[in-house]
Design a protein around this ligand. Structure first.
Ligand SMILES: Nc1ncnc2c1ncn2[C@@H]1O[C@H](COP(=O)(O)OP(=O)(O)O)[C@@H](O)[C@H]1O
Ligand SMILES: [Mg+2]
Length: 370
């Protein structure tokens, strides 16, 4: 039997759970031409939700294109990625595309060729990169109009645009996209400060350009059901207590649920219980992550930040600014705590007053006594 739990890549289809409301809202908005900003911290399920939305819309209501900005490190690469993914989604023959090239681009004169795997490849020079990008950004609208269909384009990890060419690039994006009538955009992002800066600051080009949507943790009871059903369908069993423990420990973040369950399922003979779950965590999951966590820990230069992490890892819902907490972990003063929290948030190690990665929290708890 195949392991029914998947982590490390976005899921859809039978692996996807919950998010019915978000799915309804997203599909309805996109079909009507409303652009969406989809925000959540990493691992909450944005990319999976996009994949799931595409399953519903693909071919019936629209042609769907996914672009991950995280993999793109230059403006030229961005233009090329947009052109290539749009072309491969909408053209089946390189000849036909070749004939229509002139009408599709204003200034760009790309070269079209056939790749070994049958994909259409499109190449163009690196000079005049800004004009190339404008042309690339306009391509989906032109194709959509030509074909009489709607295009939906997901730009995942959109905050990365700020690391490319920042504001000038945003301006080009915005000024091009605002004329599009047949293309709907999903801008997904996982860094709140950057996403807020792009879409919420009055003087930025994308100010209020798209409807905001935030993905929240999945409810514990839904996850508990999901875990038990997957075990049952694959011929194994898990105690209700153990399933509830995993859902709670995961704080409703689907990535952790899938990761833990993947390991637990593998180790389960007939019935998994809480003991087995804890054993998987300590013997299988944390050891693999440990060397990465050590590197992270070594990079934290301030003992105050380390002590704060230890305190947060060791207590349930700690009041980190209270006299008691500050005293127990030798944090000096509320102002010192505040400064440490800020640094750790900036480093991505904390999200608000919590440790961002539950496995890291567990590792800290297991390794440092106080
Ligand atoms: N709706 C869902 N149902 C089941 N598992 C999910 C769901 N959303 C996310 N996951 C799990 O979480 C992992 C991370 O999801 P992903 O979509 O990559 O999150 P994000 O894009 O927000 O970082 C996936 O690999 C999958 O294991
Ligand atoms: Mg993602």
């Amino acid at each position: 039997m195949e392991n029914p739990f998947i982590f490390g890549r976005a899921v859809a289809g039978k692996h996807f759970v919950d998010r019915e409301e978000e799915l309804r809202e997203l599909t309805a908005s996109l079909i009507s031409g409303q652009h969406i900003v989809l925000f959540s911290p990493r691992k909450m399920g944005k990319t999976s939700l996009i994949k799931r939305v595409f399953e519903d819309l693909e071919d019936v209501d629209a042609l769907c294109i996914y672009i991950d900005l995280w993999q793109i490190t230059s403006t030229h690469a961005l233009a090329k990625e947009i052109v290539n993914s749009v072309v491969n989604k909408t053209y089946t023959s390189a000849e036909k595309l070749g004939r229509e090239l002139k009408d599709l681009f204003r200034s760009l004169r790309p070269r079209v060729y056939l790749e070994m795997d049958g994909q259409i490849g499109v190449e163009f020079g690196r000079e005049r990169v800004e004009e190339a990008l404008r042309d690339a950004l306009d391509l989906p609208e032109r194709v959509a109009k030509n074909k009489g269909t709607r295009l939906i384009i997901a730009l995942d990890e959109f905050q990365e645009i700020t690391h490319l060419n920042g504001l000038p690039l945003e301006k080009i994006f915005r000024s091009t996209l605002q004329h599009h009538e047949n293309v709907s955009y999903i801008f997904a992002g996982s860094e709140r400060s950057l996403i807020d800066m792009i879409f919420e600051e009055r003087e930025r080009p994308f100010y209020r350009f798209a409807k905001q949507m935030e993905l929240r943790p999945i409810s514990g009871s839904v996850l508990e059901r999901f875990i038990m059903d997957k075990f049952a369908l694959s011929g194994k069993k898990i105690d209700r207590d153990a399933a509830a423990w995993i859902a709670e420990f995961s704080r409703g973040v689907p990535y952790y649920v899938q990761h833990i369950c993947h390991e637990v399922w593998y180790m389960t003979g007939e019935v998994a219980d809480i003991g087995l779950v804890e054993q998987c965590l300590n013997d299988r999951i944390l050891p693999v992550l440990s060397s990465g966590f050590q590197t992270i820990w070594n990079r934290i230069r301030s003992q105050g930040q380390r002590r704060l992490l230890i305190g947060v890892a060791n207590e349930d819902h700690p009041k980190i600014y209270s006299q008691g907490f500050i005293g127990r972990y030798e944090l000096k003063s509320p102002a010192h705590v505040e400064k440490a929290v800020k640094s750790l948030n900036r480093a991505g190690l904390m999200d608000g007053n919590e440790i961002e990665d539950i496995f890291f929290a567990e590792w800290v708890r297991a390794n440092f006594s106080f």
